[in-house]
Design a protein around this ligand. Structure first.
Ligand code: A3P
Length: 304
């Protein structure tokens, strides 16, 4: 089944999930060839939920003894170059054009937007860790829309007006959608196995970054020592990875990822609740109702 997404890109339906046609082959290759290791850390997100932030944080946490903060690769490379994505970087090319993930140093930190149900089997079957970051879907929708309008990935396509685009999003037709299935898939995986799947919320990180950095470090198996805490390492990592710091780095003001997405477009506003500037209370109500019915009994909640 095919469909045109609200930004004009082509979608295909696979196992009940809408995938960008552009990513279909890389996703199938990832499923077929990716061999997870027990030491891997997989960052999973719905696009625009905080992937860039999570990449910067997890990389800094895992590599803090290799790269001191003032020599962090994040100062000279966009986080998406530092932490590769399965479907964008590892399996984007055809066969031999792809990098060999076997050669990456451990622990390998890799990201993906692939829903839990269709992750490569080896990720679900190994003892690797998965960190999911979720975000209020209204902010996700606005962030995605602004990102896609800015990057015009579908060159000749005409994006739909806001109302129509929102309607499609709510009907589940969006890249990697429906969004509620994406969240529920990882939420249920977290409930089943909290040692293997950490479930974070963008809003919680905005509210209290320090305790979340500690929580992420513990989950990854790299807890901060009392000595490090005393030296302020948690604060230093949080500051390095903050929106203001990353946005203002020279490297993130120009250049692009894969020739498709401007580095700068990954740093827009970085706020909670920006949707109020675009969406009506009725639109918010619609999403609230969807979430209430879909998340009923699951224990997953969002404050809108
Ligand atoms: P906005 O468009 O609402 O500003 P992703 O990284 O998954 O592509 O998500 C991008 C969203 O996260 C954008 O949201 C972006 O501004 C925000 N973001 C990027 N880096 C961030 C950081 N270090 N801290 C907080 N938010 C960040």
């Amino acid at each position: 089944e095919h469909q045109t997404n609200w930004d004009g890109q082509r979608l295909v339906k696979y196992d009940g999930i809408w995938l960008l046609e552009l990513l279909f082959r890389p996703i199938l290759s990832a499923q077929k060839y990716f061999k997870a290791k027990d030491t891997d850390v997989i960052l999973s997100t719905m696009p625009k939920s905080g992937t860039t932030w999570l990449k910067a944080l997890t990389f800094s946490i895992a590599n803090r003894s290799v790269f001191p903060i003032d020599r962090s690769p994040l100062l000279t490379s966009n986080p998406h170059k530092v932490v590769p994505a399965l479907e964008f970087n590892l399996y984007w090319g055809k066969g031999e054009e792809n990098p060999d993930p076997e050669s990456f140093p451990e622990p390998r930190i890799l990201s993906t937007h692939i829903p839990f149900e269709i992750l490569p089997d080896s990720i679900r079957e190994s003892d690797c860790r998965i960190i999911y970051i979720s975000r209020n879907p209204l902010d996700v929708f606005i962030s995605q829309r602004q990102f896609l309008l800015e990057n015009k990935i579908a060159k000749d396509a005409v994006p739909l007006e806001l109302d129509e685009a929102f309607d499609m999003f709510c009907r589940g037709i969006t890249s990697y959608g429906p969004f509620w299935e994406h969240m529920l898939g990882y939420w249920n995986a977290h409930l089943k196995n909290p040692e293997r799947v950490l479930f974070l919320k963008y809003e919680d990180l905005k509210g209290d970054i320090l305790s979340n950095v500690k929580k992420i470090a513990e989950f990854m198996g790299f807890p901060f020592s009392a000595e490090e805490e005393k030296q302020g390492v948690v604060e230093q990592i949080s500051r390095l990875c903050s929106f203001e710091n990353l946005k203002n780095l020279e490297v993130n003001k120009s250049g692009n990822v894969l020739g498709l997405m401007k580095n700068s477009s990954f740093f827009r506003k970085g706020e909670v609740g920006d949707w109020v500037n675009y969406l009506s209370p009725e639109m918010a109500e619609r999403v609230k109702n969807i979430m209430e019915s879909k998340f009923q009994g699951s224990g997953l909640t969002f404050n809108i």
